[in-house]
Structures are given as structure tokens and as C-alpha cells.
Ligand binder design. Structure first.
Ligand code: PLP
Length: 371
């Protein structure tokens, strides 16, 4: 086949031809033309969260995790104490990187099929005054749970704690309003719901906390304070920028705005998610999550109970029809995941369900019903 498979994954994801074509030019990192693209991307990003008056945004080279690590290193002093609200794999990753960087870190465990509890957070903060920062994953991509961001932010504000939000898989699809939701830092990346290509993250930082961040990072390359100061002074990135990723993101943002911004993107992803869940239900598949906490980003399905099921063979059979599925990330139950994000619509989701039906047939599995 000469065309690309449809990526039903949480990034990299399927991008539009316009976004891909934007990468066919070389750019000098010192050149004013490229610096104008960077400035316009930063301006557009701030607009998406209505953070122009209260926040700055700092882009950083690398995958999303690089920006999470940079945010923790820049925001949290080495004497700080981080509480991670843990309902999945990305929460555990945030805790691990915090610990590796020498920050004291406590995990507050929740089940991976439940949202984290703002009330329990309140009790914890009342009981332990040593906690300085809370880390929340907005959409836990591990299972696809939507966590209560506003309520968690309200509790952190009440106790005057710093809040760092990993909004990697929700930014640009779910509503985030910096005027309404108080956070110290919020992290997202180019290759998720903005439908750019992977290669850069960006961190929104509240202006009030920025000055306190000077000299706090133990890392040179991951110091967002320095990255921001240099960019403000020169208009340039501190080190070699991912030029093609930046121009592709600018083009992806133009399409995002033309589509109608975040509400339109949420509406499309919601239709994608509904089409997927309905189609899969007709084949016997059951989603892992209660619909009340299912974000329209990625859906975890229980694996079929049939003894012929094996993820690798199932994956290959769907791939041969042009659809790339995603393995499950849960330790207790056998699952697989299907992303609803990217430059795709309900038509692609219907075709994906058809590919899954054919994959079941290949494997001799009459129904996707779980045990
Ligand atoms: C994708 C994602 C990340 C970043 O993962 P990378 O592989 O480093 O891009 C972080 N947190 C969440 C919730 C994500 O979905």
C-alpha cells in the first residue's frame, strides 16, 4: 500500500497532508522568518488556554515526557515535596522522574478505573503540611480516565499548594481555561490533540511563580526558566530547535483554528469515540471504564475471552487492513486501547471497527465479549 496506516494511538497520530507538507522546507534557526513562526506558535498556544495575561509558555525540544521532567525540575525546589495523584501509568512515570531528580515524592494511590478524589486530596493536604506541589494527570492515557481538574485545582488553591498538570493528551480537545483553573504549570505537546508531529513539548507557567524558578533546575537542557529568558531576549531557541516540528505545529494550529478551536475538536473526538464504542459493542467488545469518567481521547477495551485471542495476532490482522491499534497498559486485566484522536473522523472510526471485525474473523473468534 502506498498510503499510510491510520494511527489509532495516543501519539504519534494521523496528521493531515497540509501538516505533512509544511515540513518540506529547511529553516535557519537564527533566521527572523523561523523566529516569527516560533513567536506565533507561542502566542496561539497561550490563546487556547486564555492565559495571555497570567501565564507564559515555554516550548522545549523532545517528547512530552521531557517537558514533564523539565517542569518538575524548574518549578519544584530540591527541598520541595511532591504529591502525585496516582491512577495510572503516566502518574507513576511523573513520580519516577521526580524521584530520580532528587525531589521528595509521595504517591497517593487510586484505582486505575476510577478518577482521583479531590476530597481525599484535601484530607491529605490538611494532614501533611510538608507537601509543596501536587501533580495531576488530566486525562490518564493509561486507561483513558478523565480526572477532575477543576476540583483538584480548587483544593490546591485552598491549601495554597503548587499544582503541576500533565495535560498532554487532553490539551486542545478538552476545555482548559487558565483564568478559571489555577495551576502553576501545565504541560502538553505538539503531537497529540493539536495534531502536529511529535518532537516538542510546551509548558505554561503562571507568571507569579516564574521568578522563583530561577536557578532551580539541576539540568542545563531542561531549565525552562533559562529557555524562557533566552527566548524572550533573542526570539530564538536556546539550543537547536526542532524546526520542521515547529513549522508543522504552526500549520496544525492554523487548521485547529479553522475547524473552530477546542469546542470543535472536542465535538469531533466525541463523535469518534461514540462511533467506536457503538461499533465495538455490536462486535461484543466491552469498554474497561464507566462512561462517566471516559475521556473521548482513548478507549480501553477488555480483551475477548476466546482462547484464540492473542494481542500480537489481533494487532497484525488489523494492521493488514490499515489500522494501527495500541496495546493495553494495565497490569491486572488483559486489555487493548484504541485512540480517538488525530486527523480522522467518524468515517475512519467505522472503517476501524470493520477492520477489527475482519481481524476477529481471521483469528476465528466469533465475539469480542470478555470473560
Ligand atoms: C503522551 C503522554 C505523555 C508523554 O509521553 P511521551 O511518550 O514522552 O510523548 C505524558 N503524559 C500523558 C498523559 C500522555 O498521554
Amino acid at each position: 500500500m502506498s498510503h499510510d496506516s491510520i494511527l489509532l494511538t495516543p501519539g504519534p497520530l494521523t496528521t493531515s497532508l497540509r501538516t505533512k507538507l509544511a515540513m518540506l522546507r529547511d529553516w535557519g534557526s537564527w533566521d527572523v522568518e523561523f523566529n516569527n513562526v516560533t513567536a506565533s506558535v507561542r502566542h496561539s498556544l497561550l490563546k487556547i488556554v486564555d492565559g495571555e495575561d497570567t501565564h507564559i509558555v515555554v516550548p522545549l525540544q523532545g517528547s512530552g515526557t521531557f517537558s514533564v521532567e523539565a517542569a518538575v525540575a524548574t518549578l519544584v525546589p530540591t527541598s520541595g515535596h511532591i504529591l502525585v495523584l496516582d491512577n495510572g501509568a503516566y502518574c507513576k512515570r511523573a513520580a519516577k522522574l521526580s524521584t530520580l531528580m532528587g525531589r521528595r515524592c509521595t504517591l497517593m494511590p487510586f484505582a486505575d478505573h476510577e478518577a482521583v478524589s479531590p476530597a481525599a486530596l484535601g484530607e491529605k493536604l490538611a494532614a501533611d503540611s510538608s507537601i509543596t506541589h501536587v501533580v495531576l494527570i488530566h486525562c490518564e492515557t493509561g486507561a483513558g480516565v478523565l480526572n477532575p481538574m477543576q476540583e483538584v485545582a480548587d483544593v490546591c488553591a485552598e491549601f495554597n499548594k503548587g499544582l503541576i498538570i500533565d495535560a498532554m493528551s487532553s490539551f486542545a480537545a478538552l476545555e482548559i481555561d487558565a483564568r478559571k483553573t489555577r495551576f502553576d504549570a501545565l504541560i502538553a505537546a505538539s503531537g497529540k490533540c493539536l495534531e502536529g508531529v511529535p518532537g516538542m513539548g510546551f509548558v505554561f507557567i503562571r507568571k507569579e511563580v516564574l521568578d522563583k524558578c530561577a536557578g532551580q533546575s539541576q539540568s542545563l537542557a531542561m531549565d525552562l526558566y533559562d529557555q524562557h529568558a533566552y527566548m524572550e531576549k533573542t526570539g530564538q531557541w536556546r539550543f537547536t530547535p526542532p524546526t520542521h516540528v515547529v513549522v508543522a505545529l504552526a500549520e496544525a494550529i492554523a487548521q485547529f483554528e479553522e475547524e473552530g478551536g477546542q469546542p470543535a475538536r472536542l465535538a469531533r473526538y466525541t463523535r469518534n469515540c461514540e462511533t467506536l464504542i457503538q461499533g465495538m459493542a455490536a462486535l461484543g467488545f466491552k469498554p474497561f471504564l464507566d462512561p462517566a469518567i471516559q475521556a473521548p481521547i482513548i478507549v480501553t477495551f477488555h480483551a475477548p475471552a476466546h482462547p484464540n485471542y492473542e494481542f500480537k495476532r489481533f494487532y497484525d490482522a488489523a494492521k493488514s487492513r490499515g489500522f494501527i491499534l495500541y496495546p493495553g497498559k494495565l497490569t491486572q486485566v488483559e486489555t487493548f486501547r484504541v485512540g480517538c484522536i488525530g486527523a480522522i473522523g467518524p468515517v475512519e472510526m467505522e472503517q476501524a471497527v470493520h477492520a477489527v471485525a475482519l481481524a476477529l474473523k481471521d483469528l476465528g473468534i466469533p465475539s469480542g465479549a470478555p470473560a
